[in-house]
Design a protein around this ligand. Structure first.
Ligand code: AMP
Ligand code: FES
Ligand code: ZN
Ligand code: ZN
Length: 301
């Protein structure tokens, strides 16, 4: 296996690009894919202050690394979810990366700062923990970014994540979600811009990137997410990709280029009717926002 660029020994092959790369040219490939995603979807301006949501996993640490390499002013935000050992080890990974490279990491802890954690929220709502978790993350990424003066929040969602979410939304024809499924969500009153610069890179590429860059990340997945629907979609897509490389990116980018627009109206209607949460001031359709209601129910209100 030889590097497509220099013909030296390759360390990774990427079947959907029909290409293999040596270590240096693979790192270059990753940077170029991020550069292209940012440019194609107009994700970032040169002097934006970027807040990278870092979980301690491979994707978000690699994203932080890549954005700094590309010259962006990017700080990290870690959210302590209170999921036992898993959260402790994620905290360590995020802190260690920031400390070693001298980057600034903001930390918010659900239990200490908001009086609840994901297990207590799941128990109180009698629902899968991922719902409360996703809601808490979306709310706090946005609030922290606004309060601390960032222009944009970047998350580590990669091509595999986007394809799985898209498949899930298509299977259930969630038209509102399909309308919002974009690699960049523009800012709006009360919302900062949200971007997914890893959309052109797969899970395997992100793991390889971290190994080559010496980034220690937490390998285990969240124990509360085990067996969720999302993971099932990933398995199905991996089987398809295996038979026919390029399927995932054709699915995601075909949707973005040719289909997404048709659902844009379904997403827009919801944002139009927003008022302010009477507790925290965040945009909401009701009197009290979903985050404050969750917090109240989970014992932190
Ligand atoms: P997930 O929802 O776990 O698939 O994670 C998607 C993205 O959300 C990650 O790539 C991170 O950018 C961000 N994220 C997940 N967990 C955390 C966390 N505990 N703190 C900060 N950001 C997170
Ligand atoms: Fe959210 Fe596990 S990371 S429930
Ligand atoms: Zn090479
Ligand atoms: Zn609120």
């Amino acid at each position: 296996m030889k590097c497509r660029v220099c013909r030296g020994p390759a360390v990774i092959d990427i079947r959907r690009h029909n290409a293999a790369f040596c270590d240096q040219h693979f790192l270059h490939h990753c940077r170029e894919q991020v550069r292209r995603a940012v440019k194609d979807h107009q994700m970032l301006l040169e002097d934006d202050r970027v807040l990278v949501a870092v979980s301690g996993g491979k994707d978000s640490l690699a994203l932080w690394d890549l954005l700094v390499e590309l010259g962006y002013d990017a700080d990290g935000l870690y959210l302590g979810l209170g999921i036992g050992d898993y959260s402790d080890r994620s905290t360590d990974a995020a802190r260690a990366y920031a400390a070693e490279r001298g980057h600034k990491l903001h930390e918010v802890d659900l239990a200490a700062d908001y009086g609840y954690d994901i297990p207590s929220a799941a128990a109180a709502t009698h629902r899968a923990p991922c719902g409360a978790c996703g809601l808490s993350k979306r709310h706090l990424f946005n609030t922290v970014a606004i309060e601390r003066g960032y222009d944009v929040v970047a998350t580590g969602h990669n091509l595999d994540d986007e394809a799985a979410v898209l498949l899930g939304n298509v299977m259930r024809w969630e038209t509102g979600y399909l309308g919002r499924q974009q690699p960049v969500l523009p800012d709006a009153p009360g919302f900062v811009r949200k971007v997914k610069p890893l959309i052109r890179l797969g899970e395997r590429e992100m793991a390889a990137y971290c190994v080559l860059r010496g980034i220690d990340y937490i390998v285990e997945e969240c124990p509360m997410a085990e067996g969720n629907r999302h993971l099932g979609y990933k398995e199905v897509l991996n089987a398809l990709e295996d038979r026919s490389p390029g399927t995932k990116s054709a699915f995601v980018f075909g949707f973005l280029d040719r289909v997404h627009e048709r659902f844009a109206g379904d997403a827009g209607a919801e944002r139009a009717e927003l008022g302010e949460c009477s507790v925290c001031g965040s945009p909401t359709t009701g009197d009290v926002c979903a985050f404050c209601r969750l917090r109240e129910r989970a014992g932190g209100g």
